[in-house]
Structures are given as structure tokens and as C-alpha cells.
Write a protein of this length. Structure first.
Length: 407
């Protein structure tokens, strides 16, 4: 008998999946995640060249990123139920195939209108990877190791920003921005072939009809998801605020050029990778609600000190590194822990957490942008402190919903 959605128990992996080399499969899945995230986050260092080549302004070129993230948010809303209903393999392969076509076509985009359409396709397809990856890892990895595997794949996504941005900048300087899309497309093609060959085939017992609203309704009726969305949404406002404005803070406050600012930004990105991976270990602790509250508060204090006081450059970098590392733990922990509660709707559970993450990014950008314009960087520090303390308080209030084994 199939377990009902929302149960704590884990669906047994089908026989075809139990025999796979899990380490090799994780590497293949990581290649898909890395190439997908690269296709999304490769734009920032290319905006000036794109605007010059297409004869548009940089702000107009920046709307390419807006289109990508908006489409990504829409995709997150739909891909979880699709993956849970029709299987992981067709969803992830379809996403990679669309990405290959759209990214390679971007190398030959004749104008901004065509480029915008292609970025919408990239955003829609890119959204298939994270929830489906969480779902398939939950299918094939034992419950004892699942949290670490989920946090590991999320860390791969964060690692992409630390690696791809400088590499893309070098490639663009060497052969132009269009060449970077060709390389990115070839990387995605290799990921598609690898996943076609080694992605496990789904169980024959998987439901073959779309259960959309019922999956969301079932999961959101659980105390865990209501608590996790509240804790994650408030805390990620601080995380995305730091990620969005720390580069500008370095340049404006310390007079760094863009090239030199890449070094501290890379250090901060490495801390985010470590924080995401640490989330898997926090998710396995019975007192994880207390750890979430403590790391959120500590990360907010570091961000407050970094933006609100004029420290020496490397002290500021150390504070930003500690702050973003600590703040990276929360979402990885909440996504990993969500697999305990989502029964046969694990990709849908990951989509719920992804939506809260994206919403926090949009809300954080809007609020912090207004604060920066009216108060300055000091106000951003106070914002980070306020929302992380709220998150820590919520983790304490809803602690019983976040404990292991409570559904």
C-alpha cells in the first residue's frame, strides 16, 4: 500500500534504483546542478558586453536576469508536483534538454527581445533541477545519509557562483560573451548525456496523474512546513540582502575596483558552500530548532557589525564570511529536514522551501534597496539584525514543529 502524502516514513527505493552506484550518481547529478546554476548565474559579468553588442543600456540588459528569476519562481511552483506525479527522470531530462537548446541559442541572439524569450526558457528549465534533485536523492539515499546528500547537492549549487562568475569573466575577455554561452551549452549537453545514461529509472508504481493542489494542501497542513516557511522566509531576507549588496559595500566603502573585490567575494562564497553542507549535519540533530535560532542570530549580528561599523577591510570580510556562512545553514537544514515530512511528495516539499527562498530574495531586494537609498549601508545592517532575530524567535516558538520525527 502506498504511504499517504505527509507521512514521516520514507518510500522504499525501487529495485532498479537500489543497485546504482550512489557516489557516481551523485557526481552525475552534481554536474547537472552545476551546469544549470551556471546557466542562470553567468549573466552579471557579461552585462556590459551584452549591452554594447546589442546596443542597449546596462539597466535594460539587466532585465535579462529579472526575466530568468521570474520564470524560475514560476517553475518552482509547478515542478515539484510534476516530479512527484510523473517521475524524476523525465522531468530532469526535459529540463536539461530545454536548457541546452536555449543556452546555445543565446550565443546567436540577434536582439534583446529574442534574448529575453530565451532567458525565460532558461529560468523555467533551470527550476526543474533543485526540487527534482532533492526528490531523487530522497528516493535512492538511505534516511541516515539523506540529509547530508541533500545539503551536499545544495552546496554544489552555491559553489557554482564561486567558480562560474570568474571563469565566465575570463572566457568573455578572451573570446567575447557569445563564446561563454557556447561553452555553457556544451557543459549542459554533457550533463544531459550523463543523466540520460545514469539517472535511475523511476518506480513502476509512481502515480501517473498530476496531483497539484492536493500535494500542496497536504504538506501545508503540516506544522513543519508552516514553521519552516516562516523561519526560512524571515532569515533569508538577511542572506539575500548581504549577497546582493556586499560587493557594492566593498567598492563604495573601501574604494576597491571590481577585479580586487572578486577575492573577498570568493572567500565569502566559499563560506556559503560550507554553510550549506553543514546544514545536513544540523538537520540530523534532535535540537536542530535551537541550532537554527542560534546560527540565525549569530549570522545577523555579524552582518550588523559588518555593515554598520567602519572596520578595517579584512575584518569586514571576516564578518561577512562568518555571517553568510552561518546564514547559509538554515535553508539547507530546512530543505533536508523537509524530506522527513513530505512522504511521496518530496519534490513538492523542496518546491515549497524554494518558493520561500525566492520570495525572501525578492522581498529582501525591495526592502533593502529602499533602506540603502534613504539611510545607507548602516540601515542594511540593522535590517539584517532585525530579520534574523525574528527568525531566531520563530525557531524557538515553533521549535516543537521542527524537531525530528514530528509530522
Amino acid at each position: 500500500m502506498r504511504r499517504r502524502t505527509g507521512s514521516i516514513g520514507t518510500q522504499a527505493a525501487p529495485a532498479s534504483e537500489r543497485g546504482i552506484n550512489k557516489a557516481w550518481f551523485f557526481a552525475v547529478l552534481s554536474l547537472g546542478m552545476f551546469s544549470t546554476q551556471n546557466a542562470v548565474f553567468m549573466l552579471p559579468p557579461l552585462l556590459v558586453e551584452i549591452s554594447t553588442d546589442l546596443e542597449i543600456s546596462v539597466p535594460v540588459a539587466g532585465q535579462l536576469a529579472t526575466a530568468t528569476f521570474a520564470a524560475w519562481a514560476v517553475s518552482l511552483l509547478t515542478v515539484g508536483p510534476l516530479s512527484d506525479s510523473f517521475g524524476r527522470r523525465p522531468v530532469i531530462l526535459a529540463g536539461l534538454l530545454v536548457l541546452v537548446a536555449a543556452v546555445l541559442a543565446s550565443a546567436f541572439a540577434p536582439n534583446i527581445e529574442v534574448f529575453l524569450v530565451l532567458r525565460v526558457l532558461i529560468g523555467l528549465a533551470a527550476g526543474t533541477l533543485p526540487p527534482t534533485s532533492v526528490g531523487v536523492l530522497s528516493d535512492v539515499i538511505s534516511p541516515e545519509r539523506r540529509a547530508q546528500a541533500v545539503s551536499g547537492i545544495l552546496a554544489v549549487g552555491v559553489l557554482t557562483t564561486a567558480v562560474s562568475v570568474p571563469v565566465v569573466a575570463v572566457l568573455a575577455d578572451w573570446q567575447g560573451w557569445r563564446f561563454t554561452f557556447v561553452i555553457s551549452g556544451l557543459l549542459l549537453a554533457s550533463a544531459f548525456v550523463a543523466n540520460w545514461l545514469w539517472f535511475p529509472r523511476g518506480s513502476n508504481e509512481r502515480v501517473r496523474r498530476l496531483s497539484f493542489f492536493s500535494r500542496y494542501r497536504s504538506l501545508l497542513s503540516l506544522g513543519y512546513f508552516r514553521a519552516a516557511v516562516a523561519v526560512g522566509l524571515s532569515q533569508r531576507i538577511a542572506y539575500w540582502t548581504i549577497v546582493s549588496y556586499y560587493a557594492a559595500y566593498l567598492i563604495k566603502t573601501y574604494g576597491l575596483n571590481v577585479g580586487f573585490a572578486a577575492l573577498p567575494l570568493w572567500i565569502v562564497a566559499v563560506a556559503q558552500v560550507i554553510g550549506n553542507y553543514a546544514g545536513g549535519f544540523v538537520a540530523m540533530r534532535p535540537y536542530r530548532a535551537a541550532l537554527l535560532g542560534a546560527t540565525s542570530a549569530a549570522g545577523g549580528i555579524c552582518a550588523f557589525l559588518c555593515f554598520s561599523f567602519d572596520f578595517q577591510l579584512w575584518v569586514s570580510v571576516a564578518l561577512a564570511t562568518a555571517g553568510t556562512g552561518l546564514l547559509s545553514i538554515t535553508m539547507a537544514t530546512l530543505v533536508a529536514a523537509s524530506t522527513e515530512y513530505s512522504g511521496e511528495s518530496k519534490a513538492t516539499g523542496a518546491s515549497i522551501m524554494g518558493l520561500s527562498n525566492q520570495s525572501a530574495g525578492a522581498l529582501g531586494a525591495a526592502v533593502s534597496g529602499g533602506i540603502l537609498a534613504s539611510v545607507g549601508f548602516e540601515g542594511i545592517g540593522y535590517l539584517c539584525l532585525a530579520v534574523t532575530l525574528v527568525s531566531a524567535l520563530l525557531a524557538g516558538v515553533f521549535g516543537r514543529h521542527l524537531r525530528i520525527g514530528v509530522g
